[in-house]
Design a protein. Structure first.
Ligand SMILES: NC(=O)c1ccc[n+]([C@@H]2O[C@H](COP(=O)([O-])OP(=O)(O)OC[C@H]3O[C@@H](n4cnc5c(N)ncnc54)[C@H](OP(=O)(O)O)[C@@H]3O)[C@@H](O)[C@H]2O)c1
Length: 256
């Protein structure tokens, strides 16, 4: 028996990249999956692929910005497979946002998908977890949550919000039987990082990233940052005085 055997998982952002990789990996280990994303055709294709491998899964096309749609999706998943054991709030978008030409619409879109979308996902599953006294909330945040990065105000702001949001949940849920895990990945090869001209340090293969995320969830880690090389650099950045951080960080843009 694996940690995932018969666990019902509500997974957002399942149509590509990390979400799709997680679906395949935890499905292989016996999880029953509710797959959320906007692109219904991609989800249907993934459900077919999973079913041929013996994984039980349903497609739940929805936009994470729509709290009602997510609640309905969670209801459908419960009807099909029973109470939801694990939420993986993974749906997200990247954005290059140079501050001198800031576009409020773009900032709002990134925050609405990355942060409000994750909050909507929690709202769709948490009341039932609390009443049952068991559950696991997982946020896919980013190493970009820890400090500001060049040309990344919208993304860093949204991910800092995600990490702080889930940390607050972790405190509130300590005695409620609900575990909270915040994942802070570095760079992983997915459509989100594809095509970037800037050098992405310690860029990981998708499979390696997925395995690390799955392991951290299984262990019920409160927070997990990887790969260790980049996580160490980021941690050093957190204790640097601002003048030194600004000098170093402004010379290392990961966005062109
Ligand atoms: N790749 C990296 O290096 C990296 C590093 C750190 C953190 N992350 C985080 O990991 C998560 C997954 O990213 P990825 O690299 O796998 O990117 P990706 O391949 O572009 O996947 C993003 C997923 O989010 C879904 N999504 C986007 N907007 C949505 C919306 N409004 N409603 C529902 N689903 C939505 C997309 O599906 P649809 O387009 O079909 O809706 C897609 O399934 C993101 O939160 C990202 O910030 C990635």
């Amino acid at each position: 028996m694996s940690y995932w055997t018969n666990k019902v998982v509500f997974l957002t952002g399942a149509s590509s990249g990390i979400g799709k990789g997680l679906a395949v990996e935890v499905g292989k280990q016996g999880a029953k999956l509710g797959l959320v994303a906007r692109r219904a055709a991609e989800l249907a294709e993934l459900v077919n692929e999973l079913e041929t491998k013996g994984t039980q899964a349903i497609a739940l096309p929805a936009d994470v910005q729509d709290a009602n749609a997510l609640r309905e999706a969670a209801d459908q998943l419960r009807l099909r497979f029973g109470p939801i054991d694990i939420l993986v709030a993974n749906a997200g978008v990247g954005a290059t946002s140079p501050s001198t030409v800031l576009q409020p619409d773009q900032v709002a879109r990134v925050v609405n998908i990355n942060l409000i979308g994750a909050a909507n996902s929690v709202a769709a599953v948490l009341p039932e977890m609390v009443s049952r006294g068991s559950g696991h909330l997982v946020a896919i945040s980013s190493l970009a949550a820890y400090r500001g990065l060049p040309k990344s105000a919208a993304y860093c702001g949204s991910k800092a919000g995600v990490s702080a949001f889930f940390e607050s949940l972790r405190l509130d849920l300590r005695d409620k039987g609900v575990v909270v895990t915040i994942i802070h990945p570095g760079f992983i090869k997915t459509p989100l990082t594809a095509g970037r001209k800037a050098t992405l340090p310690f860029l990981m293969e998708l499979d390696d990233g997925v395995k690390k995320i799955v392991g951290a969830i299984e262990k019920g880690k409160k927070s997990y940052a990887f790969p260790w090389q980049l996580a160490t650099v980021v941690r050093a950045g957190m204790i640097m005085p601002n003048f030194l951080y600004d000098w170093i960080a402004s010379r290392n843009s990961y966005r062109e």
